[in-house]
Design a protein around this ligand. Structure first.
Ligand SMILES: C[S@@+](CC[C@H](N)C(=O)[O-])C[C@H]1O[C@@H](n2cnc3c(N)ncnc32)[C@H](O)[C@@H]1O
Ligand SMILES: [Zn+2]
Length: 332
């Protein structure tokens, strides 16, 4: 944990300011072990392996803990990086472009292995703070610790330990895994200062009926409950189908002028074309990610639009991404 993070931290219980009470170990700019304490109430929060910890496991409800446990495993296994992450991220947060990050104080809700925290830091954010509830923070910290403007915090998106100071907050692929996605969205929006901006990307209900009807029962009753190493191997089978389809059919067709017209008629074309650029490992990550999640909501456009109205966002732009998900951007 870098000392300057203290400027932004607030007690999740009482919003009091946070002080660095004990430092047990530091390495270069990072406080690796120690304790944070609230100035107002008796709450204390450990710093372990360089990360301030605000989500003590015993305080987390079982459904959230199960989600965090599975994703924690996932992001400690799939630690690879991919040069396509930047374009993929820009697709999720469109119309935001890299220049938008310049000098902004940025919060990421649910940073996973930290790939977007890292990009935001590289695109010139003044500071970017990636938050995740799961052990994924270990991977995220390792990926970003050398960046002077990146910070990783372990905390629950519902109880974010920050002041309302952010110029921009974003959340990609996280809210739909929460027991109450709308409440998670509100919690994130509540940390954006007036006039700041917010981006969110969620699974859509529209065009995903095949998932909710056929894949969801397998996910909820089987794949999210089995041993994760077993799922790692089992998920190679659907990955193989997807990989062959994208590499042999969707990718080549979409990249030829005549084929592209034909491809428009293929099942789930926009999405499968988008991921056809990825190699085996990334496609395996995507399949595993879908199957490991204990909770996934598929959100209708109208419901998503209501989230933005709830927080009184202005100039909201909601758009359909790959014809299977919703992305939104607005001013708070
Ligand atoms: C599908 S991953 C996406 C990670 C990252 N945004 C990315 O795109 O690489 C969902 C992430 O949400 C995190 N998450 C789930 N519930 C959370 C909660 N209540 N608070 C904070 N993070 C949470 C998980 O631990 C996981 O890392
Ligand atoms: Zn407090």
């Amino acid at each position: 944990m870098k000392q300057k993070l203290l400027d932004y931290l607030r007690c999740p219980a009482c919003s009091g300011t946070i002080r660095l009470q004990v430092v047990n170990a530091s390495e270069a700019a990072e406080i690796m072990a120690g304790e944070l304490a609230c100035d107002t109430c008796p709450q204390k929060f450990p710093i372990l392996r360089g990360i301030p910890r605000f989500g003590a496991p015993e305080t987390i409800a079982a459904d959230k803990a199960a989600t965090a446990e599975n994703f924690g495993w996932q992001w400690q296994h799939f630690v690879q990086s991919d040069e396509l992450y930047a374009d993929q991220f820009l697709g999720w947060i469109a119309p935001v472009r890299p220049e938008f990050f310049q000098d902004k104080l940025v919060l990421e809700g649910g940073c996973g292995k930290g790939r977007h925290t890292e990009l935001a830091a590289g695109w010139g954010a003044r500071e970017v703070i990636g938050v995740d509830l799961s052990d994924a923070v270990e991977t995220a910290f390792a990926a970003t610790r050398d960046l002077p403007n990146a910070h990783i915090v372990q905390a629950d998106i519902y109880q974010l330990p920050f002041a309302r100071v952010f110029d921009y907050a974003f959340s990609v692929g996280v809210l739909h895994h929460l027991p109450d996605p709308r409440a998670g969205f509100r919690s994130l929006a509540a940390k954006v200062k007036a006039g700041g901006h917010l981006s969110a990307w969620v699974y859509g209900a529209e065009n995903n009926e095949w998932i909710t009807r056929f894949v969801d029962p397998v996910r909820t009753q089987f794949s999210s409950r089995i041993d994760r190493r077993a799922l790692l191997h089992l998920s190679k089978l659907p990955t193989a189908f997807m990989y062959l389809a994208t590499k042999l059919v969707y990718g080549p067709l979409n990249r030829s002028e005549v084929g592209a017209r034909l491809a428009q008629r293929l099942f789930y074309n926009d999405y499968l074309n988008a991921i056809s650029h990825f190699g085996w490992r990334e496609q395996h990550t995507i399949v595993f990610d879908h199957l490991v999640a204990p909770t996934s909501h598929y959100i209708r456009r109208e419901d998503f639009a209501q989230w933005w109205r709830d927080v009184k966002a202005e100039d909201v732009k909601i758009s359909w991404h790959n014809r299977n998900s919703w992305r939104g951007f607005g001013r708070i």
